[in-house]
Design a protein around this ligand. Structure first.
Ligand SMILES: [Ca+2]
Ligand SMILES: [Ca+2]
Length: 457
């Protein structure tokens, strides 16, 4: 269930980043916004997703099967022709099985307006291409839709507008952890009946996603410096920790970023300084921050990170990206994962008309809603990035997405640049304090653990 609240506005959110702008961007006036409830009903949104795409061309029913080589692929749908009526389909909103216009057999699904049928199909392979075919007949100008959702990718559907039965099809690729999909037939509006029949869901084969960069953090030892740079010192957001490379290491196939207590002089200390980086006499805490900046960047693709967060008061682990060109936030920031204040966050930020005042598109997800033990387990975060859209997912479910037609910088810096249409580099860090809150009660050491980072094209 979607319980987050989406925010879209100027400077509405904490989570400010970049070193050069930290003080300006993260003033004490940065306050968390009031929650805004999502509207709409989960059970009736099949045809209304703004991200849904209509694909494919209908072809006229010739009454013959073109494919007769080899054995036919297995149809993964139960009761695909609505013949048994045994409950494989959830038929809702006034739709019904009808004998008045079957494509084959005796029955078809009859849908009129804001109703249809859906079937949750389990046992699918992750990261695999599936093909959905179906027949539709529609006596209304409002389309009948056959589609798929909740499989780890954007909703995809095809429409039927012809008054005699035609076949149409689509393909979709399951997410990296997704083993189920919801198949549906649906009619959103109008009141003249339409009919759907003989849906077929088959596996096409492995996805065409190609791995272009990864770190599996295999073995034990130091972090691979050909893949990662490490930040040093007090860097941003007036955070508590001193960053140093020695707080990150590979341990039995995992990247472990460890936050530790310290008690040693700040080598950059300047008596009387007004700069938070130099007016601290002592380093009290240390941690690590890794970045691929200067070593690896990508523009469009699919970032997948398996990690275990800290979720302790005072800590602020993150998986994020920044654009290679321009100053923050006009370089574009994607917070694939932030975890602080008991929330998981998924954010996008870009430049406004005011320097260091980003436009945020953010979402919060209370960890307590994920169920007991969630923070003690590894989870999969994804950033799926095309020229048109970025979608952030957690364990295959969408946390936030943004339409890139609207993410153009204002006048403050790099005006007119779309910072999500340039190469970004990847960042992994464990901050303390800052948005993470007081470290007073934090028990150290504590660890943020990453199993792998992969980028697919
Ligand atoms: Ca039938
Ligand atoms: Ca690993």
């Amino acid at each position: 269930m979607r319980v987050a609240f989406a925010i879209f506005g100027l400077g509405a959110f904490t989570g400010c980043r970049d070193s050069k702008s930290a003080q300006q961007a993260c003033s004490p006036s940065c306050e968390e916004p009031e929650p805004v409830e999502e509207t709409g009903s989960a059970s009736t949104d099949s045809g209304t997703s703004p991200s849904a795409e209509e694909t494919g061309d209908a072809r006229v029913d010739t009454g013959t099967d073109a494919d007769d080589t080899g054995s036919p692929p297995v149809n993964l749908l139960e009761d695909p022709g609505f013949e048994s009526g045994a409950g494989a389909w959830s038929i809702w909103g006034g739709a019904e099985r009808s004998e008045s216009a079957p494509h084959s057999g005796r029955w078809a699904l009859k849908a009129t307006a804001t109703n249809g049928a859906e079937q949750r199909v389990g046992g699918l392979e992750p990261n695999t291409v599936y093909r959905l075919k179906g027949w539709g007949k529609n006596n209304d100008t409002e389309p009948l839709l056959i589609g798929v959702k909740d499989y780890g990718g954007d909703e995809v559907r095809v429409s039927f507008t012809a008054p005699e039965y035609r076949e149409n099809e689509l393909t979709f690729t399951t997410g990296f952890t997704n083993t189920a999909a919801t198949i549906y037939a649906y009619k959103h509006a109008g009141d003249t009946p339409a009919y759907a029949d003989d849906l077929v869901l088959t596996a096409d084969g492995p996805s065409g996603r190609a791995l272009v960069w990864s770190d599996e953090f295999d073995g034990s030892g130091p972090v691979d410096t050909s893949r990662w740079n490490t930040e040093s010192g007090f860097v941003r957001n007036e955070e508590v920790q001193w960053y140093q490379a020695s707080n990150a290491a590979r341990v039995d196939g995992m990247l472990v970023i460890e936050a530790r207590s310290e008690d040693r002089p700040n080598p950059d200390f300047v008596a009387g300084s007004s700069d938070w980086r130099t007016n601290r006499e002592t380093i009290t805490h240390s941690s690590a921050s890794l970045t691929t900046k200067g070593l690896f960047g990508f523009q469009y693709g699919h970032l997948v990170v398996r990690a275990k967060v800290t979720n302790e008061a005072g800590t602020w682990p993150a998986i994020w990206t920044l654009g290679d060109e321009c100053e923050w936030p006009s370089n574009g920031e994607v917070d694939v994962m932030e975890n602080y204040g008991g929330n998981v966050l998924a954010n996008f930020a870009w430049g406004s008309d005011s320097r260091w005042s980003p436009i945020w598109d953010s979402s919060h997800w209370p960890v307590s809603d994920f169920g007991p033990g969630w923070a003690d387990a590894f989870h999969l975060w994804e950033m799926e990035w095309s020229e048109d859209r970025i979608t952030i997912r957690l364990d295959g479910a969408v946390l936030n997405d943004v339409d890139l037609s609207g993410t153009v910088n204002g006048a403050a810096a790099c005006e007119g640049l779309n910072p999500f249409r340039q190469a970004h580099h990847i960042r992994l860090n464990l901050a303390l304090g800052g948005a993470g809150g007081s470290v007073e009660d934090l028990v150290l050491p504590t660890q943020y653990v990453v199993d792998y980072v992969r980028v697919y094209r």
